[in-house]
Design a protein around this ligand. Structure first.
Ligand SMILES: Cc1ncc(COP(=O)(O)O)c(C=O)c1O
Length: 239
């Protein structure tokens, strides 16, 4: 899932094609995992990585999943406590997976926090998380189009089922950083910038976007507040 447009990437198809060309596939699932039920085997990838802080968990922790035979074949990339099976004067034998890659004292507090976040999302149910996001995105696309019309562009798919709940917006004639400042003054927080996706900005023909993101804690009142604030911004910048 794109962190700019919310577009759901056809991961399985891309992975199959990459494998056919002899490549190993590492999926950046930072956006996918918090928003959709994820089965790494069905996705057909070799590695998948995601962050704790994008799924209600703490910062400074994430997950790397990898196919066992690939992880077995890889040497450890960090040395430290807990990753050693045996040490001799002329070498060492690494511990079994996953300890081989977990050198040093682990971030214990962050692990407990991420576990709590996973349990919480599990209790909500990832199907319900996705349903909430699709219906809120549908409401947002409809509301913002009705309220702002053609002066507001929302990048990415127009069909809510084909996307996640990130809305990268462009208000005619207003720089995204200016827009975000005015939205902020109306207590609406969006993220302006290139979102670490400069090549995509080039494809979209913009230098930056102002991005609103919805998750489990948002509801239609937040969408209405965004629409009100966009209205205010449009009149503030009109000349
Ligand atoms: C798709 C994607 N990958 C990677 C990152 C970076 O994650 P982290 O902050 O855990 O390094 C982000 C967000 O910042 C993201 O949206």
């Amino acid at each position: 899932m794109s962190n700019v447009t919310g577009t759901l990437t056809p991961v399985r198809e891309l992975a199959d094609r990459a494998h056919a060309a002899g490549a190993v596939v590492c999926l950046d699932a930072c956006q996918y995992v918090p928003h959709l039920a994820t089965n790494v085997v069905d996705l057909g990838v070799d590695f998948a990585a995601f962050s704790g802080h994008k799924m209600l968990g703490p910062t400074g922790i994430g997950v790397l999943w990898g196919r066992e035979e690939l992880l077995e074949a890889m040497p450890p990339f960090l040395g430290g406590g807990g990753m050693i099976l045996n040490v001799t004067l002329d070498g060492f034998v690494p511990a079994d997976l996953p300890a081989k890659f977990e050198a040093g004292t682990p971030p214990i507090a962050e692990i407990v926090g991420l576990h709590a976040a996973v349990d919480y999302l599990d209790r909500l149910g990832m199907e319900a998380v996705r349903e909430h996001e699709v219906s809120l995105t549908a409401y947002a696309l409809r509301t913002l189009h009705d309220r702002l019309g053609e002066q507001l562009t929302i990048h990415g798919p127009s069909e809510p089922a084909e996307r996640g709940g990130v809305l990268s917006m462009a208000l005619d004639g207003v720089h995204p950083h200016d827009l975000s400042q005015v939205l902020d003054q109306h207590a609406v927080c969006v993220r302006p910038g290139h979102h670490c996706a400069k090549p995509l900005m080039k494809v979209l023909g913009v230098g930056a976007t102002a991005r609103a993101s919805f998750y489990v804690y948002n509801d239609t009142a937040d969408v209405d507040a965004l629409a009100d604030a966009l209205d205010e911004a449009a009149s503030f910048f009109s000349f």
